[in-house]
Ligand binder design. Structure first.
Ligand code: PLP
Length: 490
């Protein structure tokens, strides 16, 4: 096994081991970490197909986290992917109406963020130990709804850590909000922040690169890290389920070893789909990735034209976890397609003008999008045809996939990456199925959804509306640094 070094997307002379990159989260110059060289899968698909999720995850992650010992990594994996998930398969593939859905919502917060955030705290603690860090790690997280809860759940009461989560005021679903503001734990803090997700993400990123503030808190015994998908400790665990999905199709006799498949991924910050792209670079037989956006279709335009332009209206949609105009992880793809020098220039242009253009292209990524009506139609159609209820984000992907096959005639078997349980977005899902629900109470509709779907309300959100609200903070985005200081001085 080759050692993998992590280098910066804006400067290849920034070089760290995996454990160091996990602790830092982001490069000092604002760039992101990428593996200097992509590892190649060493085991055959036949061997991988015999493995359960944990063993397969080990085969993938051990190729990237090369400074972890086998014991360390297996400890992290075995503690993350256990009975917290409501199925032994962890990430099952189901076939509905002729397409495959990779269900990534069987963890504690019923969204795919659990796949990475149930392991990140273990990776981080192990990394701290390996690097003799005696500081308290402060996790700062901006969330469009799902990351926040999954990170809170992962880090709550983890010794040696604190976590502060910022979500856009009014920009998350009622269930998402309740999940966060009722979070228990001695080391957790949740605050609504004025503005949208991009504002929250930019505010948090500005702290990570504020040398003065970092120093000030260092003196007080703190260090910052990130639980957003800019952290490779989140990105790499996600590579595993792309392999696992492929192996399940082989095991079920749906494809033969070596056949190519497509993945359609509902995309916001470009983390999930990038993990799939990494899997392909390691050797997974993939034909196309369809990058599905909602009405905030900045990525669709980018893949069509080569111009990334965030200067446009930010639209609040029924798929809030994809309401993003600055997709952080795209920087990694840009760097893989160009160079550090070029990426630094383009990101400067993004920061100063809100746009950049490039000619290099990833031929295996196709942009598609679905507007609000197409998304609702997708939910209704799938329910009518297969009695299967999609959440709003997965529905964006399903609608985008249908547009893609109409345009391309591509008949490659396709896996749609299913990122959330419909219960998280019960109101919009029910209303898509039947207009009569449009004025109903969102929490009442969870009970209705149980009748409609035949799937029980997942344990983590039963009676969520009755739980005590523990976090009432509202932070103005210009004052985020003061807010963080005040929290840490408590
Ligand atoms: C976060 C999220 C997405 C977007 O994933 P990215 O990795 O940010 O592209 C899609 N769907 C749901 C339900 C999410 O929580």
């Amino acid at each position: 096994m080759k050692n993998v070094t992590y280098i910066g997307t804006r400067d290849k002379n920034i070089r760290y081991k995996a454990s160091e990159a996990i602790l830092k989260g982001i490069c000092p110059d604002g760039g992101l970490f990428i593996p200097e060289e992509m590892p190649v899968m060493e085991k055959s698909i036949e061997e991988l197909t015999e493995m359960d999720y944990r063993n397969l995850a080990y085969e993938v992650m051990s190729l990237f986290f090369t400074d972890f010992t086998e014991d360390e990594l297996r400890y992290c994996i075995n503690n993350a992917y256990d009975s917290k998930f409501d199925t032994d398969k962890i990430a099952p593939v189901v076939e509905k109406d002729g397409v495959y859905f990779l269900e990534l919502f069987h963890g504690k917060t019923i969204a795919f963020k659990d796949m990475a955030l149930s392991i990140l705290p273990y990776l981080m603690k192990t990394s701290a130990k390996k690097n003799n860090i005696d500081k308290e790690i402060v996790i700062l997280t901006a969330t469009s709804g799902d990351t926040g809860k999954a990170a809170l759940e992962g880090f709550a009461d983890v010794e040696g850590t604190r976590i502060i989560v910022f979500y856009p005021d009014g920009g998350v679903s009622p269930v998402q909000r309740m999940q966060m503001v009722t979070q228990k734990g001695k080391n957790v803090c949740v605050a609504a922040i004025t503005g949208n997700f991009d504002d929250a993400q930019s505010a948090v990123k500005s702290i990570f690169t504020d040398a003065e503030m970092i120093k000030e808190l260092d003196n007080k015994g703190f260090m910052f890290s990130s639980a957003n998908s800019i952290n490779i400790g989140r990105l790499i665990p996600q590579v595993a389920y792309y392999w696992y999905a492929y192996c399940q199709l082989v095991k079920d006799g749906k494809i033969k070893v070596g056949d190519k498949i497509n993945f359609t991924v509902p995309t916001g910050n470009f983390g999930n789909i990038l993990a799939g792209y990494f899997a392909k670079k390691m050797g997974l037989p993939v034909n196309k990735f369809v990058c599905a956006s909602n009405s905030n279709k900045v990525l669709y335009d980018f893949f069509k034209t080569g111009t990334y332009d965030k200067n446009r209206e930010f639209i609040l949609t029924t798929s809030p976890s994809m309401d993003i105009l600055i997709s952080s992880n795209l920087e990694r793809l840009v760097c893989m397609l160009t160079s550090q020098e070029e990426t630094a220039k383009l990101m400067k242009s993004l920061a100063e003008k809100g746009e950049y253009s490039m000619t290099a292209k990833a031929d295996d990524i196709v942009g598609e999008y679905a507007d609000e009506e197409e998304t609702a139609t997708a939910i209704r159609t799938m329910y009518t045809n297969a009695d299967y209820v999609l959440d709003t984000h997965t529905a964006v992907a399903y609608a985008a996939y249908n547009k893609y096959i109409e345009e391309s005639g591509d008949t490659t078997p396709t896996v749609i990456v299913s990122t959330a349980s419909p219960y998280k977005f019960a109101k919009d899902v029910c209303t898509a199925i039947d207009e009569k629900y449009k004025d109903c109470d969102p929490f009442e509709l969870m009970k209705e959804l149980e009748k409609i779907s035949g799937v029980k309300i997942p344990a983590p959100v039963v009676d969520i509306e009755k739980r005590e609200i523990l976090h009432n903070n509202l932070c103005e985005r210009e004052k985020i640094k003061d807010f963080v200081r005040a929290q840490l001085n408590k």
